[in-house]
Design a protein around this ligand. Sequence first.
Ligand code: HEC
Ligand code: HEC
Ligand code: HEC
Length: 342
Amino acid sequence: MTRFTTRRSSYLTWAAACAAFTIAAGACELRPAPGFARGEMIFDTCSPCHGKDGAGDESLGAPAIAGAAESYLTAQLERFQVGVRGYHYQDAEGLRMRPMSRALIPAEGDNESIVEFLMSLPIVDPPATLEGGDVEVGEADYTLLCSNCHGIDGRGLDAVPDAPTLLHLNDWYIASSLRKYRDGVRGAAPGDASGATMRAPVTGWTDERINDVTAYIMTMQRLPRRIPGPPPEPLPPVDVDPSILPEGVTVAMVQEGQDLFHGAGICVSCHLREGAGGALAPDLTDDVWLHIDGEYEQIVELIIDGVDTPIEAPGPMLPRAGTDITDEQVRAVAAYVYTLSR
Ligand code: HEC
Ligand code: HEC
Ligand code: HEC
């Protein structure tokens, strides 16, 4: 641990001094304006763990950060800062990273600065270190359960902007992250919709299966970063005849439900846009129902309970999809689902 103590503590002292004297900002004049140069300076506090080239350090559990997308880096730094990530007592590595994130002062442009600098580093491709994973088994799982969100080439998809590229990470970190999602050590904080999305696909997996999919990811072609396309078309406003709605359900609820379905409720990540269905979850727009007969109260109950044992899909649906949407929000999203097939 000693090898990063000195620099980290000097940055922390300096950052604390800046935070305390924002008005008489004498202590802060030394640092460059927000942007690349400040990011480069901040990186001195990151490289003792993440490496000079950002390629990661297994002995500290610090992953490669030089191949990640800008939006993902920004989002994860914020997640550490607000405590949605790196909070669990069993998350030794996350707990190591969290104080580092808090030495950054977002209001002063530190986050943008360090991300700008990280994006300038050449992309790294850490070599495979794990042995014995069955690549064929991993490929089958990946195609069925992961490609939906991370893309068949592992570079992510516009349709699921939160899901990062998996191509430039260390295999030991991929495997440990998957174990953490499975065990609720990462991705299970209240309000962490994006983490919840990632927990469902690995629910109940063995360590062996995790190693298999990790081995497969390490065989994927090391492509450059994907350039995200334009944002998707906005959803059409709901157009529903109030007379078909069950008692107590209003058009306003359906509209709210549409937002939840494609937002905080994360239904879209498995049932896809407007409930069209995909490899992970059924079509909600047809009149075929697998678990219920499609009545409103049954939809409400199904969302609250989830689907522990799916009939066709390869993995479960967690209660409330693993999110913390309220009972009222469940009723709204159920109202939207109710209209999809009618
Ligand atoms: C004391 C060691 C240490 C220092 C210093 C450190 N980190 Fe980390 N960082 C970690 C560890 C360990 C993890 C892995 C957490 C996990 O396993 O979930 C991590 C994870 C991350 C992640 C998430 C990567 C991903 O793929 O999700 C980002 C981004 C990150 N660090 C950025 C930074 C930045 C920027 C700095 C400098 C301001 C920094 N770290 C300083 C140890 C450190
Ligand atoms: C429904 C969408 C979805 C599916 C399916 C999915 N993921 Fe993810 N994945 C995400 C999201 C969103 C995140 C970011 C979560 C967070 O912020 O912690 C993520 C994060 C990850 C990470 C962490 C990356 C990092 O840098 O820390 C790994 C590894 C990963 N996924 C692997 C997989 C594998 C392997 C599968 C298949 C078994 C899979 N994912 C299936 C959405 C998905
Ligand atoms: C992790 C993927 C996933 C997410 C996220 C998810 N579901 Fe599901 N959903 C499933 C699976 C799997 C089933 C059961 C499919 C089967 O049995 O084969 C299912 C079934 C359903 C059904 C019953 C369909 C039927 O034919 O009986 C409804 C209704 C439903 N989901 C609504 C939702 C809503 C609303 C949300 C968001 C709050 C949501 N789901 C989020 C995976 C998901």
